[in-house]
Write a protein that binds this ligand. Structure first.
Ligand SMILES: *Cc1c(COP(=O)(O)O)cnc(C)c1O
Length: 464
């Protein structure tokens, strides 16, 4: 039978105009931005693939739910709607809303980590790790080795390596561990999932030692979709049922609602542990607001509740991940080096393979992201030596194995024609790659330098 196209499960009711600029305008814009895509004005960007965080298009149902927001200071009806949706979809008993994900991480870390305790994570996310460390925790990476190899086709690069956890317990004892902080669809590994079999095994292991799993469930729905597609025994289960099973192995979770939950701002903490919930409510009033709004407006909680319902619709999540794969497969077909397998939220160009003529100290990923913007107005993000920062003791750059440019796909925002434009631009650059020059850093902030660092090309630019 002929392979049939499956279109997006929605039609477009409202549009936001975007403008293609001229090459001369883009050359000026990137020069003014110090060759750093974070410093561009979004008005100068044609297709914005900087991040999938908070960049979602909401549905007509979410927008209309916002009009029903109850802005009461305490006991808001919108809170109870969000709580009911969370209970139904994630399956936890208690909900504490927060203004975004890192606030839930802050509260969780402060309550559950004693100074000096290890916090095992499958790779790390910047804010999750920073909050664990601020609470005195010691980051311990328990992800499988395949996660560090961009060429490995292993389908479960987000898996936890139990042998690494066992070795930690054998050496330091289970009391040295605060909890297991496990993330589905690991962002920093390229949006790579763990398998249900792996989580089941880790959960059984953790029980023996009385250790809790707290998920960073920010991208749990995308992970649930990969389980449905790839793992034996799950092909006929709904993403909604798979998500419930996954969350069932945790004692709680923190979530940035700016990803899976299909809203532009928000987050929450959820748990089945009464004592943790009580302490979290005490802390949330100090840092965020009353426990029935936690830094969100009533209308935000309404949009979030509706977003949770929509995110687990099988057609929606399939179309979201398939769009990422659509772009990735076009690049693979063109022979362009990208991280495999294609992840859940973006496509990662391997800048070392792309610009093999540039040494890492000339910032190949930063150069490639700047060149992509100049070619087509597509904004991507550097994830390489600039993002990795310096070793505080030696003053040397960290030189990460992965030197990547991340093309992150916002949810429900762009069509596949936009993806074609991105793919054509990448192909153009691939064919003319020897003309892409390196950069030198002319301004370097002390921490999180990638946000604000400024660069100059190693050869002078000629304005046309
Ligand atoms: C975005 C993100 C966070 C932080 O959430 P914010 O809403 O940006 O504060 C935490 N963990 C993961 C995996 C994320 O992607």
């Amino acid at each position: 039978m002929r392979q049939r196209t499956i279109a997006e499960p929605y039609k477009i009711k409202m549009v936001e105009p975007i403008r293609m600029t001229t090459r001369a305008e883009r050359e000026r814009a990137i020069e003014e931005a110090g060759y750093n895509t974070f410093l561009l004005r979004s008005d100068d960007v044609y297709i914005d693939l900087l991040t999938d965080s908070g960049t979602t298009a909401m549905s007509d149902r979410q927008w209309s739910a916002m009009m029903l927001g109850d802005e009461a200071y305490a006991g808001s009806r919108s809170f109870y709607r969000m709580e009911a949706a969370m209970r139904e979809i994630y399956g936890f008993q208690h909900l504490v809303p927060t203004h975004q994900g890192r606030a839930a991480e802050h509260i969780t870390s402060q309550i559950r980590i004693k100074p000096g305790q290890f916090v095992p994570m499958n790779m790390y996310f910047t804010t999750t790790r920073a909050h664990a460390e601020r609470a005195g925790g010691v980051f311990f990476n328990c992800i499988v080795d395949e996660a560090n190899d961009p060429w490995s086709d292993f389908p479960w690069k987000g898996n936890i390596d139990l042998a690494k956890l066992q070795a930690l317990v054998d050496e330091h004892g289970a009391d040295s561990i605060a909890y297991l902080s496990l993330a589905p669809c690991v962002n920093m590994a390229g949006g790579q999932p763990f398998s249900m079999a792996n989580i089941r095994e880790v959960s059984a292991w953790a029980k023996q030692y009385g250790l809790a799993i707290i998920f960073d469930a920010t991208r749990a729905v995308e992970n649930a979709y990969f389980i449905q597609q790839r793992e034996e025994g799950y092909a006929n289960r709904t993403v909604k049922a798979i998500l419930r099973e996954m969350m069932g192995y945790g004692e709680g979770c923190t979530v940035s609602s700016k990803k899976d939950n299909l809203v532009n701002i928000g987050g929450f903490l959820a748990t089945n542990d009464d004592a943790f919930f009580r302490k979290a409510k005490e802390m949330v009033v100090i840092f965020e607001g009353m426990p029935t709004y936690g830094g969100l407006a009533g209308r935000d909680m309404e949009a979030l509740a509706q977003g949770m319902v929509e995110m687990v619709e099988d057609d929606y999540i399939a179309s979201r991940v398939r769009q990422v794969e659509y772009l990735g497969n076009k690049l693979i077909k063109a022979g362009i080096p990208i991280v495999r397998p294609i992840g859940g939220h973006g496509v990662f160009l391997d800048a070392k393979g792309f610009l093999a003529h540039l040494p890492q100290d000339e910032f190949p990923a930063q150069s490639l992201a700047a060149a992509l913007f100049v070619d087509s107005g597509v904004r991507a993000m550097e994830r390489g030596i600039v993002s990795a920062g310096r070793d505080h003791r030696t003053g040397e750059h960290h030189r990460p194995a992965l030197e990547l440019v991340r093309l992150t796909i916002p949810r429900r925002v762009y069509t596949n024609l936009h993806m074609d434009v991105v793919a054509e631009s990448c192909q153009e650059l691939w064919e003319t790659r020897s003309a892409i020059h390196g950069l030198r850093m002319v301004y370097e902030p002390e921490s999180l330098r990638f946000f604000q660092a400024r660069f100059e090309p190693l050869v002078p630019v000629l304005h046309g």
